[in-house]
Design a protein around this ligand. Structure first.
Ligand SMILES: Nc1nc2c(ncn2[C@@H]2O[C@H](COP(=O)(O)OP(=O)(O)O)[C@@H](O)[C@H]2O)c(=O)[nH]1
Ligand SMILES: [Mg+2]
Length: 525
């Protein structure tokens, strides 16, 4: 084909075809399964070389493509994909694909793995014998079962001692039958028939197979399946599809298809951008509402508190307060305790500072947005602080009139003394003492009689200060926590938009190239 194109002097097209030849047209065999199922070990064993890290961290969310290329190398194709080139003729027409653990991937559909699996031609599910079928595997099957081009295979990696199976071969059969039964629940009867199931132990294979004839048989069948059956089919397919592509090119169908794809990518990008805008608007609105709600709540709380204090105060007169302030203060304290520490007021505050309902609502409104409703920190301590401050309130205002009360008798004595002096004709001293005594008496009386007013004013001032303080404190606390959480959401949205942008730009470039080639062909033909 290449030579034929060269003869036609279609250099461009020849190079273009070569690109296809080396990448797109290979058959991709993806190995998927839970973390630690033995996927990487299995690929290494198939190739007889330690190419992939075994016991890799479950967090490495990367797809690794292993295939044969002219030059041995390792390179990152993008953030999520690594290409390992080895010289191995067995891989001329196939790519073996190692994937991270399933559990983390399925949670985020747009994840690297899920994107990848949509283009895999054969998916080999690898599961350990002690857990041969999991919810994640079921989800995966469900997600991809309608893709008619996907073929499945199943490997049960025997982790326990394989001699158990050698002694009782029906055990192996039962293990396979169990998996087959599960597959029947999801795949069509035909697909299940076309899904070969193998059970062997990667570790036993590595140790040397002489001791385990049954498991050996299984392993050999699997090797043949991959390197003969699938690879052979891949070879035929590649030539067929290359031919098809080259023939399609002049007809312009390729261009049209790519243009349609580009259009749909642009649509999706617009959708995500719109989603981001809506999410941010919603967040802004609910934050505003919540802050107002916090203000209102605190106002109300202090309003009730004020009324309560007034009610208690009404039962006391100023002289009573000056004589025994302790009694009033204790009653106030008792009252506050009952009102606020026993009733639900403080839990209301705790609920008010919790942003989860806002994010639950967000998730309901925009199901595509990934938010985990975790509990915001410090809720308990924020609530306790208020409780403490309020219960300390009565003791913090002091005891007005107490000092004046003690001053009253000495000042009256002073007046008495002064009058006595006056009567004894000691006019100057007498007058001075009477005046001083009179002034002190008036002052003390004023203080004693004003005790209630002073107390009331101090309580009110303190209440207002506390109220404003807590409005500010809670407002800031909520704004900050909410902001942190929202940032995670925006990050998620931005990543998706960026990903689409990258796809769009790469597709546009391809399209451009395709158009150039097409133009050249039409000119030369
Ligand atoms: N006992 C036993 N251990 C195995 C077997 N296959 C793999 N392992 C071990 O299981 C661990 C996880 O293997 P790995 O290939 O990294 O799993 P992956 O996370 O699916 O890629 C490694 O320590 C392997 O040596 C097996 O057949 N039997
Ligand atoms: Mg691995």
């Amino acid at each position: 084909m290449k030579i034929a194109l060269k003869e036609l002097q279609l250099e461009h097209l020849a190079r273009f075809a070569e690109d296809f030849y080396h990448s797109l047209d290979k058959t991709h065999i993806a190995f998927v399964g839970e973390y630690n199922a033995g996927k990487s070990s299995l690929i290494n064993t198939l190739l007889g070389k330690k190419i992939l890290a075994e016991r890799d961290l479950p967090t490495t969310n990367r797809v690794v493509l292993v295939t044969d290329c002219p030059v041995e190398k390792r390179e990152h194709l993008d953030r999520y994909t690594e290409l390992v080139c080895v010289k191995d003729p067995k891989l001329e027409h196939i790519v073996l694909v190692d994937t991270p653990g399933l559990s983390s991937a399925i949670r985020e559909h747009e994840d690297a793995l899920m994107r990848y699996l949509h283009k895999a031609d054969l998916i080999v599910i690898v599961a350990p014998s002690n857990q041969p079928y999991t919810k994640e595997i079921e989800l995966l099957l469900n997600l991809l079962r309608d893709r008619h081009s996907t073929q499945w295979a199943y490997v049960i990696n025997i982790f326990e001692d394989p001699s158990v199976y050698e002694e009782d071969p029906t055990k192996l059969q039962r293990l396979k039958e169990f998996v087959k039964e599960k597959l029947r629940n999801i795949l069509s009867a035909e697909d299940v028939e076309n899904t070969p199931i193998f059970a062997f132990s990667v570790r036993a294979v590595r140790k040397g197979l002489n001791d385990y004839p049954l498991v050996t048989q299984e392993w050999e069948a699997f090797r043949k399946f991959i390197f003969e059956e699938v690879a052979e089919r891949a070879k035929k397919l590649k030539f067929a599809s290359l031919k098809e592509k080259v023939l399609k090119l002049p007809s312009g169908r390729e261009v049209l298809e790519k243009e349609a794809k580009l259009e749909s990518l642009l649509d999706r990008k617009r959708e995500w951008e719109e989603l981001k805008e809506n999410v941010l608007n919603f967040a802004q609105k609910s934050l505003k509402e919540r802050l107002e709600n916090i203000d209102r709540h605190i106002d109300l709380l202090f309003e009730v508190l004020k009324k309560d204090i007034e009610e208690v105060l009404a039962r006391y007169s100023s002289p009573q307060i000056a004589r025994n302030p302790q009694r009033l203060l204790e009653e106030l304290e008792q009252n506050i305790k009952v009102k606020f520490l026993v009733t639900d007021w403080l839990s209301d505050v705790e609920r008010l500072l919790d942003y989860r309902p806002d994010f639950v609502k967000m998730k309901k409104l925009f199901p595509t947005v990934a938010v985990e409703p975790t509990i915001p920190p410090n809720l308990q301590s924020m609530k306790n602080r208020l409780g403490e401050d309020i219960s300390k309130l009565p003791t913090a205002v002091g005891k007005p009139g107490t000092l004046a009360k003690w001053l009253l008798i000495p000042s009256l004595l002073l007046v008495g003394g002064g009058i006595y002096m006056l009567l004894s004709q000691r006019l100057e001293i007498g007058l001075a003492l009477t005046l001083l005594g009179g002034l002190l008496t008036a002052f003390s009386l004023y203080r004693v009689l004003g005790a209630k007013r002073i107390l009331q004013r101090r309580l009110e001032e303190r209440l207002n200060r506390l109220r404003d303080y807590y409005k500010k404190l809670y407002g800031e606390y909520y704004r900050e926590r909410f902001g942190e959480k929202l940032e995670k959401v925006t990050e998620y949205l931005d990543t998706n938009i960026e990903r689409l942008n990258a796809q769009i730009s790469s597709l546009s470039k391809k399209l451009q190239k395709l158009k150039e080639v097409r133009e050249k062909i039409t000119r030369q033909w």
